[in-house]
Design a protein around this ligand. Structure first.
Ligand code: KG4
Ligand code: ZN
Length: 353
């Protein structure tokens, strides 16, 4: 199984993920269950329903990851689990499972920060990414611009002031009547290909704020008002829309996407200037998190990196959205540095956590 295989567990939102990654960065086995039907049913993530799904899935997902990896619990070097940020009801399911494996098999336990896992997984797929590097994290819950100085050592340049970019994609997709079972982002990206991005002039957020923070609440409101003025009825699914209605929806999608990504471009340019003052030798940038799977974003931010002679790295799309691999890999990074908790006491009550 290679040196030091680590089991990683992720349950912070609506994906139940588990994976085993070896100490030399091989993905030995993984399993992922997402809650597509629930997303469609509720139009978003409902914490209680999501928790119930995690509870129903967790044992099987972990068993599947171990089986795919051909690794037994007794072969593991550690167990890692996302401990936050995320929905506490959901995080709890993964943490309990990880604690019980750690206790039962006397394994070191690594509590993982979800956003750090998004950032570090880039080092699993590309060994060239040495510290320090600039990181843009774009997910459903957070946007962050960071200088990664080392494992567990980050300088925050900018953060989310209100909605994250993924949330803006999801809400716009819902208002446009898109099928959001795979998340609103992919559906909106696809529809935007049919649209005219100049059809609506949305304002790029925070141009007068000379910092690296992010805001999407204003853009979301502009989009909502535009959709209302066009009499687009999001309750009518896209598949049933007339062709002119479909075109209007596509135009809104394309116009939204250009401005949503332009805001990221602006923030990255400024972050690069700041980062070069703090770390003059900065040569690399990583973009990760669910929204980093977006092709338009990849090409636009690719151009920004080129302008600044920076090597830009994206994890592959399946490792950008939530998964167990990123958690297992972060476990490997911490374990190598000796940063972990000893297993809980054998007599700790099961429901202690
Ligand atoms: O990182 P992630 O899987 O979960 C969180 O940590 O939040 O990110 C999920 C977000 C969702 O908002 C989803 O719509 C968005 O990532 N997303 C995308 C794309 N794929 C996923 N947004 C835009 N374009 C995509 N292709
Ligand atoms: Zn995430």
């Amino acid at each position: 199984a290679g040196p030091l295989p680590v089991l990683g567990i992720e349950t912070s939102c609506d994906d139940t993920g588990a994976a085993v990654v070896s100490g030399d960065g091989k993905i030995l086995g993984e399993a992922l269950r997402s809650q597509a039907e629930l997303l469609r049913q509720y139009g978003g993530v409902m914490p209680l329903a999501a928790r119930l799904n995690h509870e129903q899935a967790i044992d099987e997902v972990v068993a599947q990851a171990l089986e795919n990896a051909k690794v037994k619990e007794s072969d593991l070097a550690a167990v890692a689990v996302t401990i936050g940020p995320g929905l506490s009801l959901c995080l709890d399911v993964g943490v309990r499972k990880a604690r019980s494996i750690s206790r039962c098999w006397r394994l070191p336990f690594v509590g993982v920060h979800h956003m750090e896992a998004h950032a570090l997984v880039a080092r699993l797929t590309n060994a060239d990414i040495q510290f320090p590097f600039l990181v843009l994290l774009v997910s459903g819950g957070h946007n962050l611009l960071l200088i990664a100085k080392d494992v567990g050592d980050y300088v925050e340049l900018g953060t989310t002031l209100d909605d994250a970019v993924g949330e803006a994609y999801d809400k716009t997709a819902r208002l446009l009547g898109l099928d959001i079972c795979k998340g609103g982002g992919p559906a909106l990206e696809e529809l935007a290909l049919e649209g005219d991005a100049d059809a609506f002039k949305f304002t790029v957020p925070m141009r007068s704020h000379k910092d690296c923070n992010f805001s999407y609440a204003g853009l979301k409101t502009q989009v909502k008002l535009t959709i209302e003025s066009l009499n687009i009825n999001g309750a009518v699914p896209l598949a049933s829309a007339s062709s002119s209605d479909r075109q209007s929806r596509a135009n809104v999608a394309a116009s939204f996407q250009v401005v949503a990504v332009r805001h990221l471009e602006d923030r990255c340019r400024r972050a690069l200037e700041w980062a070069r003052e703090l770390e003059p030798c900065m040569k690399r940038m990583v973009i990760a998190g669910g929204v980093a799977s977006n092709k338009y974003l990849r090409s636009r931010l690719g151009a920004v990196a080129k302008e600044h002679q920076l090597d830009l790295f994206f994890p592959p799309p399946r490792l950008c959205t939530d998964n167990g691999v990123m958690v297992a890999w972060t476990g490997v990074e911490y374990l190598r540095l000796g940063l972990y908790d000893p297993p809980p006491p054998v007599d700790e009550p099961e429901d202690y956590w």
